[in-house]
Design a protein around this ligand. Sequence first.
Ligand SMILES: [Zn+2]
Length: 257
Amino acid sequence: MILTDTHTHLYLDDFEEDREQVIKNALENGVVRMLLPNIDSTTVDDLKSMATAFPKHCYPMMGLHPTSVKDNYEKEIALVEQELTTGKYYGVGEIGIDLYWDSTFEEQQKNSFRKQLRLAKKYRLAVSVHTRNAFKFTIQIVKEELTDDLKGVFHCFTGTMEEAGQIMDAGFKMGIGGIVTFKNSGLAEVVAQLPLETLVLETDAPYLTPVPYRGKRNQSAYLLYVAQKIAEIKNIPVETVAEVTSRTAENLFFKKQ
Ligand SMILES: [Zn+2]
């Protein structure tokens, strides 16, 4: 069984002590491909060293995270583009709009998101989209920028059927993570109604750890629990969940356009 973690931050300091073991754990659970989304200029070096250290398993993305968008965002995006010209990246991420913590830079966040969607089209890469308290604006900008070349994932999807409908209409996929295993999240009921072909799996490690490890540090090995939960919700074999979601991830991030 082959699982693909489409969103994991294994290059962060949380894994400094046991990074190799964390990769071993992932491989033991069938998680053989891990996509690493960037945060901002302060994380680029660690991201690149991890991708270099584990070239068969770790695949870097490049982007500026919405919560890192400040007055200097144009300079940050210039670095994103400079990195993208190297051709070493498998996606543009993570990018999007986050108005949960702070809306001071709302306009800058919207501009940053739009500029990076355009970079994704220019370099023919899929995007990993982060949205929090901002779905309306995020999907609106995706729709405005939508062309045949633009594709990607709404990472950490926790929305309604109505929002899922808008994402599917844009041809985008939904990244399902540990929250699907949380009681009362309501996500299992939504996932039950979504076609398996519209989903990819993710951990967002070290955050959002699935049951039975909820509250502890997350790692890519725990993707198995997300896959098992989706199999249970849909009453299908976990192997089918692995196969279909890995194929979708392959088509998004690994096929040269
Ligand atoms: Zn993330």
